[in-house]
Design a protein around this ligand. Structure first.
Ligand SMILES: [Zn+2]
Length: 130
């Protein structure tokens, strides 16, 4: 199964339809995200992983790329989030993504300044790993 542009579009559509979960475009059930192999040769600050996104109910399956960032919530609104973190060289940096996270949870994280791991798939923050 190869990663392609069409799959990426299906993924963003699945996200846009729901506020908190990524739902299967076929049957509407929750999707399960699994990181498999690190993708080498990337100059980015974060290691990307080959990622399978599959429905927990039907046979729908996609391949994408994902990575994790350790950082704090700098700013956010209903659609976008700014994550404050550190680059490889140790300097402070911030990155902006679209997200599908819960508004109140983000509010709490911003107020507490707590550092958490954000899982980013196809440039969308989809999960917080505490
Ligand atoms: Zn499904």
């Amino acid at each position: 199964m190869e990663y392609n542009k069409k799959d990426a579009n299906i993924i963003s559509e699945a996200w846009n339809e729901s506020n908190q979960h990524m739902n299967c475009p076929k049957c509407g059930n929750d999707m399960i995200i699994s990181q498999i192999n690190p993708i080498s040769g990337s100059d980015d600050d974060y290691i990307s992983f080959d990622t399978i996104i599959e429905c927990g109910f039907c046979s729908f399956k996609l391949r994408s790329e994902s990575f994790k960032i350790l950082g704090g919530v700098k700013d956010f609104d209903l659609k976008k989030i700014s994550i404050g973190s550190w680059s490889n060289s140790g300097s402070r940096t911030s990155s902006n993504y679209e997200h599908v996270l819960d508004y109140n949870m983000l509010k709490q994280l911003k107020e507490s300044g707590e550092l958490v791991e954000f899982l980013i798939v196809n440039n969308h923050v989809v999960e917080i790993i505490e």
